[in-house]
Design a protein around this ligand. Structure first.
Ligand code: GUN
Length: 291
């Protein structure tokens, strides 16, 4: 049997259309949402993401202010820029692309962003709101993108066992918080497995919804999946192309094996990836509507 493919690209188009309509309504009231994206250094993957974010802003009518800073930028310089953007009325969202170079204290940088402009939902105030179920903060881009993928695919997590592989602050932890909330579209029983877990497969085989977010190419093999389960692959791993040329993108799931066991599965690329940017745009517009 072959799993149903969850088309993240098509679902992101639906989300982006809603966002575009909200941008137009704001413009009719003389307001335009604005997003500042800061990249420190020249990490090639980060350059690709930052470019994609600026392009999507343009497509949706959001003002985008892309700041590419040299790799040797000091904390003082970066904090000064964030302070300026915090006070800039044209800017409603501020994002510092992660990971920054080693001289940058990422935690201190995130803490300096005005929580009302923290469209990544990385600031501790917004993370706290997320955990206690308050909706006046922001939904973190990738985890919330996963929730929307499930909802738009008709997969209700309520009463199901969701197993998340990975406990990162960007994906695993906030996704666990979202899935366990006592709300519509959530209410799952959540297990988080990680590098300290003994026999990960014992847990993954119990998952009705399995989410892989560890950054290890094709870590999840077919035998780790319960037949009929929903498999969400958050991984984006660049691996050398055996045919030469551009690096190949592979997920954290062995797709060829998983598609034969799962009931539904996201591909890489074209699954979770486009959703992350769609939610970032959605959050930027929300920040502007609130301002
Ligand atoms: N690096 C990988 N994912 C993200 C994200 O969602 N936001 C930021 N700022 N950096 C990232």
């Amino acid at each position: 049997m072959s799993a149903k493919i969850i088309d993240g690209k098509a679902i992101s188009v639906m989300v982006n259309e809603e966002t575009k309509a909200r941008v137009e309504a704001l413009k009719a009231r003389g307001k335009q949402p604005g997003l500042a994206v800061i990249l420190v250094g020249e990490d090639p993957a980060s350059q690709v993401y930052v470019k994609a974010k600026a392009k999507k802003c343009e497509e949706l009518g959001i003002f985008s202010d892309k700041r590419v800073l040299p790799a040797d930028t000091t904390m003082e310089e970066l904090l000064k820029l964030i302070d300026e953007l915090n006070h800039d009325p044209k800017i409603h969202g501020i994002l510092v692309q992660s990971p920054p170079p080693p001289q940058i204290d990422e935690e201190a940088v995130i803490a300096a962003i005005d929580p009302a402009k923290d469209v990544d939902c990385f600031h501790e105030r917004n993370v706290g709101k997320l955990l206690i179920g308050k909706t006046d903060g922001f939904a973190p881009c990738t985890p919330y993108g996963v929730m929307v993928l499930l909802e738009k695919s008709g997969i209700d997590p309520a009463g199901k066992h969701a197993v998340i592989i990975g406990r990162s602050n960007i994906v695993g932890k906030p996704l666990a918080a979202l899935l366990m909330q006592k709300t519509k579209g959530a209410n799952a029983t959540v297990t988080v497995v990680h590098s300290g877990t003994k026999n990960i497969a014992e847990y993954t085989r119990q998952a009705d919804i399995l989410i892989a977010a560890i950054g290890k190419p094709e870590f999840v093999t077919g035998d780790m999946i319960k037949p009929g389960a929903t498999v969400i692959d958050v991984g984006i791993n660049r691996t050398p192309n055996p045919d030469g040329g551009k690096d190949k993108l592979v997920g954290d799931v062995n797709f060829a094996q998983a598609v034969e066991v799962a009931g539904a599965i996201t591909p890489v690329p074209g699954g979770v990836g486009p959703m992350t940017i769609a939610i970032l745009m959605h959050n930027t517009v929300t920040a502007c509507e609130r301002a």
